[in-house]
Ligand binder design. Sequence first.
Ligand SMILES: CC(C)(COP(=O)(O)OP(=O)(O)OC[C@H]1O[C@@H](n2cnc3c(N)ncnc32)[C@H](O)[C@@H]1OP(=O)(O)O)[C@@H](O)C(=O)NCCC(=O)NCCS
Length: 179
Amino acid sequence: MTAKLEIRPVADADMAAIQTIYAHHVLHGLASWELAPPDLAELIARRDSVLQAGYPYVVAISEGRLAGYAHAGPYRYRPAYRFTVENTIYLHPDQQGKNIARPLLQRVIDDCAVRGYRQMIAVIGDSGNHASIRFHEKMGFHHAGLIEGIGWKAERWLDSVMMQLSLGPGNSKPPQAPA
Ligand SMILES: CC(C)(COP(=O)(O)OP(=O)(O)OC[C@H]1O[C@@H](n2cnc3c(N)ncnc32)[C@H](O)[C@@H]1OP(=O)(O)O)[C@@H](O)C(=O)NCCC(=O)NCCS
């Protein structure tokens, strides 16, 4: 499986498959707190904004199919947060549990470290998302907090699980400007 896995930057032709994957998780999961799936044009606009801001956006191709995607983006917009990113990762539901998520997110982690970012934050919905929490633990993230009951979706209150990974020297040295 891993031998046939390619991790590469996103291309225009990937966006329809990305929209299908994301729509599934919006409709059937609690990781995304959107209530209606955005259309293709909206996801293309969001990708363009991620890339124009200088964050990595990559896809995993397994046996010729787009198995998942991951990217970074701003954690919050006030400028003191500018060395901190938030990560996003979604796999096709048939491709979970196949060791695809690890190399996919690792590429985003490595790209962010090279670009000078110092912290990566995972904002996980919700406390019941054991696959995501366990996955981020395996990737080296530590638990950084729990915000209880701040979302409402699927007729229930949702928690935000905050997890954090230091990048490069983390907070042990002052930052240098991202490339
Ligand atoms: C989160 C995600 C990217 C992880 O990818 P994955 O391929 O499932 O990752 P892994 O195979 O490494 O599995 C992660 C761990 O969760 C465990 N796990 C999976 N489903 C689980 C469940 N329902 N309950 C408990 N643990 C579960 C796995 O056993 C594994 O732990 P282990 O290695 O100790 O056995 C993927 O599940 C996904 O796309 N989920 C939906 C969207 C999402 O939640 N994205 C993250 C947004 S922050």
